[in-house]
Every structure is written in C-alpha cells, then in structure tokens.
Design a protein around this ligand. Structure first.
Ligand SMILES: Cc1cc2nc3c(=O)[nH]c(=O)nc-3n(C[C@H](O)[C@H](O)[C@H](O)COP(=O)(O)OP(=O)(O)OC[C@H]3O[C@@H](n4cnc5c(N)ncnc54)[C@H](O)[C@@H]3O)c2cc1C
Ligand code: HEM
Length: 522
C-alpha cells in the first residue's frame, strides 16, 4: 500500500488528544531551525572575514548560541506555576497544552543541551583556528596578539564562564533525570537551583563581544523578571496565617489535614504546597486539595511515603493513634507555625467542567483530586437543578490495592451516592489486591442491614475484584456516547496512564465517540 494523506476526519480525531501538542512541538522546532539557519547563513555568506579565519566553526558556534538564547527565554515559562494557573482561566487555555508544561520544560532543556554541545565543539575548533592564525587575521576579531588555545578556553571571560556553565548543566541534568529525581528529590531540587549560575554567567559570557555585541540578557530579562515575581508571590503568600483545624489519622498511612487559611480561594481539582517550618524551613510539598470551594476549610489527604511526610506524621501523631489526632493548632511545640500554605495552583483535573460526560479514574492516593471535584459537582447540580446542569453524568472509577484504602473517601463518596442529584454519579470500585483471611471472615459474618450495600466500600454498587478491563469499558462507553465528547481524567501511576491513553486514542480513532484524555501523576 502506498503513502496517503490523512482524511479530514482522521486529522480531527488525531487533534482530540495530540493535535495541540504536535503543533507546539513543530513551531518550537521550526523556531530553533530558523534562528540557527539565520546565524549560520550570516557567518557563511555575510561575515566572510570571520569565515576566512574560523570556517564552519563560526557558523555552528553562532547558530547554536542563537538557539540557546531563544530556548533560555522559553525554558522558564513552563515552570511559572502562578502564571500558568492564571492562563488556565483564560481563553488561551484552549490553544496551549498547559498540562504538558513539565514535559515541555524538559524537552527545551534537552534542546539547550544539544545546542550547548554544538556550541562548545565549534568553539574548540575555533580556539585551534585562532591560536594557529596570524596577527593580521585575528585583528578582525578585535585581538592585538594571537592568543593560545588554553587562554581562550580557560582564562578569557567567555572561556571560563562557558566551562562553569557546562559543569553547572552537567550537575543539573544528571540530578534531574527520573531515576535520580524520584528517589532523591531534595538533591534534585537544590542542585536544580544552579539555574541561577546558568542564567547569571550566560549574561556575562558574551560581554567581550568578539563576533557580535552581547545580547543574551535581552532575551532572558523578561522571563527571569517573571520568575522572580513568581518567587516573590510564593514567599508573600506563604506568610498567611494557617490554622490546623483538625488532623485525622486514617488507616493505610494517610493523614487528613483540615486548615483555615486566610483569604485562600481555589477551584476544585487544584493543588497547594505545604511547608512545615519545624521539619524544614525551605521544603515545600505539593498536595491536592480534597475539600470543595463551598466548604469553610481547606483539606488535603497526605500519604505517608518518605522523609518529609514521615516527619510530619511523627509531629502530628506521635502516639500513632487512629482517628482525630490534632485540633485547632496554630503553632508547633517549638513555637514555629505548624503549617504554611502556598497556592492554589491549577491542574489538569480543573478541566472536568468543560464536559457533559466524564470518566474520573483515581488509583490509590490518586483519588484526591476527584474528592473535591465530586463534592463541587454535587453542590453545583443541587443549585442548577432548575436551569439544567452542566455535567450530566460522572462515571467514577476508584481502584485500590487494599480494602482499607477505600476508607479515606468512602464517607464522602457514599454520601454523594446516596444524595445522587439527577442520578449524576455512577461508582465503579475495584479492589486489585487480595483480601486477608481476617477481612474475608469479617465480610462473611457481617450481615443485617449491611446486605443491601457493598461490605467493602459501603456503596450501593458492588466492588469488583481485579483490574478494570479498560478495553471493554471504553468499547461500551463509545457505544453509549456515540458522536459525543467524553472527558477522561486520570490520577495515579504512569503505567496505568499509558494504558488509558492508548484506549482513549484508539477508541477516538475507531468510533464516533471522542475521548479527551487528561492525566495527573504524583
Ligand atoms: C501536583 C501534585 C499533587 C500531589 N497530591 C498528593 C496528594 O493529594 N496526596 C499525597 O499523598 N501525595 C500527593 N502528591 C505527592 C506528594 O507531593 C509526595 O508524596 C510528597 O512530596 C513526598 O515527600 P516525602 O519527602 O515524604 O517523600 P520522598 O520519598 O522524599 O518522595 C517521594 C516522591 O514524592 C515526590 N516528591 C518529594 N518531594 C517533593 C516535592 N517537594 N515536590 C514535588 N514532588 C516531591 C518525588 O517524586 C519523590 O519521588 C502530589 C504530588 C504532586 C506533584
Ligand atoms: C538549562 C537547563 C534548565 C534550566 C535553566 C531549568 C530551570 C528550572 C527552573 C527555574 C525550575 C523552577 C523551579 C521552581 O521554581 O519551582 C525548574 C523546575 C523543574 N525542572 Fe528544570 N531547568 C533545566 C533543565 C531541566 C532538565 C534537564 C530537567 C529534566 C530532565 C528539568 C526538570 C525540571 C522539573 C521536573 C522541574 C520541577 C517543576 C515543578 O514541579 O514545578 N529541568 N527548572
């Protein structure tokens, strides 16, 4: 079969989940090629005196430098959390794949690494060309004498600053790769702040202006200014008084904290950063907000998984009790504020409200964004009952490995199910791990009025055992919602996300239902 162009229908379907990403990627790559080509052309065909000394070394060095300037201006934008949260609320959100911000940040970083490699290699070739040239020739580069290669590489302003920047980059990049960042998050975090060295030194790197006047600072002053503003906002917001109204120890190593934060306004699905000065003054950890905006407290459910969350658990629950462990606390025993909050920040789940039919899929602690969203939808539906609700149906999939994990939200979700305004909620609970012998005995002997409700979750719909069969579920939904748009929202482990994305795109391509896939990974 020969090659053929995709049909209009195929393009439309591709657009649902991947269109914006692809357009952005193409624009970014084209921008880089254009800026590189312009400088390459200049040093090959216009600045012929420089070409006579440096040859293609000059073309590649300046082309790559231009890419580094452009990409340095871009790389900070995807990590401006406040700015992006604001953008989400504007029409621009429809034209930018905001949820891919960190992937884009990493991609830009690797393009910078590629351009840096090209720039450094080209300059090593240039150092050789200059150091073996004549006084007459190097006069065109504003040099009175012929310098040595080692002077150019290590003692000239451009040489030493360039080498320090490369060392800073090696440290930043190696600590940022997934296999280091995941197990050693703090090492990544503090090493990543070498970006200050990166921007600072690159601003002075070209000041000697041998080939053209230094202009790096002009490219980055705007984004760096925005980033400084971002950090100032973070500090200012963290000064707000935070009262810990209640902390509750749930089974399965989860602590629920309810706080009162002055003037804290948020949307369902957003997250915040928590800081506990008694544990570490500068460490901020992200947690999804599990309360709904209508509630008069802000809550988070914290899974105790590592160093910081472990210390928080020891501070809040030294006696390792279950149930309520703290009430109305402003300061820790050492007098420091018990908690500080920065946020809220936007997340993919906020987009739920764009769709009439949604699938919310939470695995393990990944259920947190949906607690707030479900409560909010219920409140909204109750209010807009007469005028006609926005969301018509929510299919909620809750996947837990052990029985006790259902306890975190079963109360909240059970209440929503019982009230079930307009029959908006359909719950599908899955238990993927085996029950212990004791749990089986408990279930067998539990009787009476519990029989009408599921004994694991307390919901009216029965818990299913094993993993959900996504292919069958998507096939069924594609028939049910033919010609309609379904928002699919997932929060949980990466592997499951890949599977869901595959099914969402496959059934969008092969049926008339359009599954719009959105995910969040903790
Ligand atoms: C947007 C978002 C929302 C989240 N919501 C929740 C939630 O509702 N409930 C919940 O239990 N967990 C949530 N998490 C995960 C939570 O932030 C981490 O489990 C917590 O920071 C672990 O810290 P630790 O020092 O105890 O564990 P560590 O063992 O040090 O870290 C475990 C993992 O958590 C991540 N992590 C650690 N520190 C940070 C940090 N400062 N910033 C970002 N990630 C970090 C790293 O990926 C690391 O591999 C969320 C994460 C993100 C990014
Ligand atoms: C020159 C290269 C780079 C620069 C200048 C840079 C700069 C930054 C900055 C300023 C932040 C924001 C910190 C904050 O305010 O919260 C950040 C965050 C981050 N960077 Fe980079 N970075 C670079 C390379 C990389 C690379 C190579 C990776 C991964 C492979 C990476 C992954 C990340 C991640 C995961 C975050 C956290 C974002 C968040 O959770 O908000 N960066 N980077």
């Amino acid at each position: 079969m020969g090659l053929r162009l995709p049909t209009k229908e195929e393009v439309k379907k591709y657009w649902v989940n991947d269109g914006l990403k692809l357009v952005f990627l193409i624009l970014f790559i084209l921008g880089n090629i254009a800026i590189f080509a312009e400088r390459f052309y200049h040093y090959k065909w216009v600045a012929t005196d420089v070409f006579a000394i440096l040859g293609y070394g000059g073309c590649f060095a300046r082309g790559a430098a231009a890419m580094i300037k452009l990409d340095s201006a871009i790389i900070l934008i995807p990590v401006l959390r406040n700015f992006l949260s604001w953008l989400r609320g504007t029409f621009i959100n429809n034209y930018i794949p905001i949820d891919k911000n960190i992937i884009f940040h990493r991609f830009v970083a690797w393009v910078i690494a590629f351009a840096t490699f090209m720039h450094v290699m080209a300059h090593y070739s240039n150092f050789r060309a200059i150091s073996t040239s004549t006084v007459e020739k190097v006069a065109d580069l504003h040099l009175d004498t012929v310098p040595t290669a080692s002077y150019l590489a290590f003692r000239s302003l451009a040489g030493w600053t360039g080498h320090v920047v490369v060392v800073a980059m090696v440290l930043m990049y190696t600590s940022a790769i997934e296999s280091i960042r995941r197990p050693m998050f703090e090492t990544f975090w503090y090493t990543h702040h070498l970006f200050i060295v990166f921007f600072g030194l690159l601003c002075v790197h070209g000041l000697s202006g041998r080939l053209e006047p230094a202009s790096y600072w002009k490219w980055v002053i705007g984004p760096c200014g925005l980033y400084i503003l971002e950090r100032i906002i973070r500090v200012a917001r963290s000064k707000k008084t935070t009262m810990l109204l209640m902390a509750k120890q749930h089974p399965s190593r989860v602590i629920e904290v309810r706080m009162k934060v002055n003037g804290f306004k948020y949307k369902p699905g957003q997250y915040l950063f928590l800081n506990c000065p008694s544990i570490a003054m500068n460490e901020w950890h992200p947690f999804t907000i599990t309360s709904a905006p209508e509630e008069d407290f802000v809550s988070c459910h914290i899974n105790i998984v590592g160093n910081w969350t472990g210390k928080l658990s020891t501070l809040l629950n030294p006696e390792k009790k279950l149930g309520i462990i703290q009430e109305n606390v402003l300061n820790a025993p050492n007098g420091k504020p018990i908690l500080r909050v920065d946020g809220p920040f936007g997340a993919a789940s906020e987009e739920v409200f764009k769709y009439k039919q949604v699938m919310l899929i939470g695995a393990g602690i990944g259920v947190t964004p949906f607690a707030s969203i479900l409560k909010h939808i219920k409140n909204q539906l109750a209010r807009t009952y007469q005028t006609g609700p926005l969301i018509e149906k929510v299919h909620f999939f809750w996947i837990c490995r052990d029985r006790s994990s259902f306890e975190w939200f079963s109360g909240i979700i059970g209440e929503l199910e019982m009230e079930n305004v307009n029959n908006f909620l359909e719950i599908n609970a899955y238990l993927t791990g085996a029950l212990s012998a004791q749990e089986v005995r408990d279930l067998t002997y539990a009787g009476g009025d519990q029989e009408s409700r599921d004994q694991i979750t307390g919901f009216s719909s029965p818990t299913q055992f094993g993993r959900p069969k996504w292919k069958e579920i998507f096939a069924d939904f594609a028939l049910r919602y033919a010609d309609k748009d379904v928002g699919v929202f997932f929060c949980g482990p990466k592997m499951l996300s890949k599977d869901l994305y595959k099914n969402a795109t496959h059934f969008t391509k092969t049926t008339t239902c359009r599954f719009h896939y959105n995910k969040e990974n903790f």
